[in-house]
Design a protein. Structure first.
Length: 328
């Protein structure tokens, strides 16, 4: 069990590999830590106090034989940070500037982390007791992998398709927005966006896993760098997976870990901003990773397409009753 924010944490600062490598933004004077597994859990929360407490309950129920510490970055205004300090006093709580964006807030937590494995975890998730142990064991057994993510299920038990992804190209995204993966989920050409042609109950090497539960090998993050803060929300997990891949590590989908993801709880408090950022993230990702290899005409068409899709999504959402608005 994880207790008081740490498990077996009294021995993690003594021995270890002597390395000067630090995460970007950290000081080089941090204590050297041993190679034995140690996990830092980083949770960014925004005005979902009850959910983040439920998430922490599941984290603290974890059955592990290695050190764990928990860092919560409170980016909201609902008093979640004070509640966490009172109920989980050993959790490190960082009060972020209001609404700085997921990547920026996550980086605040990552810079305070000490683990050789780093778990990015959404506050609207509930993890099983063996999740941390299984994720660490898989990365320990497979040194070529820098990232591992679980099978994500919604509250009703249905599969959350965002658990595994291909990197979006204009062709893959076009198929997705035309609805072809829903009509032909097992056709590889059409199902690449969310890899619907793969068996969701079989492990797989994938381009990317979701940032709602993403365990990253520290060495991989030290080389690839922290989240790109130009992404306010959405897309930063895809971008990180791509950069970790370029640094030489693969990403793995591990369905033996099943995590409940309530999805979209924070974004419901600000659906217009989140919808705009969803489509802006597409454009940032494309410009950063693909535009330089494309021609002027393709870049123009992609930009126009993203703007048009975003405008349609905003219009549709504004037509919904306020209580039912969401990112779409």
């Amino acid at each position: 069990m994880v207790t008081n924010g740490y498990h077996n944490a009294d021995h993690v600062m003594v021995h270890g590999l002597k390395s000067s490598a630090t995460l970007p933004g950290e000081s080089a004077g941090e204590p050297v830590r041993q190679r034995e597994p140690f996990v830092s859990v980083v949770i960014v929360t925004y005005n979902v106090s009850d959910l983040v407490i439920r998430c922490l309950q599941s984290v603290f129920a974890s059955k592990v034989s290695f050190g764990v510490n928990v860092i919560v970055v409170d980016a909201g205004t609902d008093g979640s940070g004070d509640r966490i300090r009172a109920e989980y006093p050993a959790v490190t709580v960082i009060q972020a500037p209001e609404n700085p964006g997921f990547g920026t807030a996550s980086n605040l937590g990552l810079r305070r982390s000490h683990g050789n494995y780093l778990l990015l975890l959404n506050p609207d998730t509930v993890i099983p007791p063996d999740a941390l142990a299984l994720a660490v064991a898989d990365l320990e057994a497979n040194p070529g992998y820098g990232i591992v993510g679980p099978k994500l299920v919604r509250a009703d038990g249905s599969l959350d398709l965002s658990a595994r992804r291909s990197f979006p190209t204009p062709r893959i995204a076009l198929y997705h927005f035309l609805g072809l993966p829903r009509r032909f989920p097992k056709v590889r050409e059409f199902g690449a966006y969310n890899l619907t042609y793969l068996d969701p109950d079989q492990p797989a090497t994938v381009d990317a896993v979701a940032g709602s539960f993403m365990m990253v090998r520290r060495e991989a993050l030290e080389i690839a760098g922290l989240f790109d803060e130009s992404f306010w929300m959405y897309g930063e997990d895809l971008d990180l997976c791509l950069r970790v891949g370029k640094a030489g590590w693969k990403a793995r989908y591990l369905p033996s870990i099943v995590v409940t993801h309530l999805k979209g709880q924070s974004s419901r408090t600000r659906p217009l901003r989140c919808t705009i950022e969803f489509y802006r993230a597409m454009h940032i990702f494309y410009r950063k990773h693909q535009a330089s290899r494309a021609g002027v005409v393709q870049n123009f068409l992609v930009t126009v397409g993203i703007v048009a899709l975003g405008a349609i999504a905003v219009f549709r959402d504004q037509m919904r009753p306020k209580a039912h608005r969401r990112v779409s």
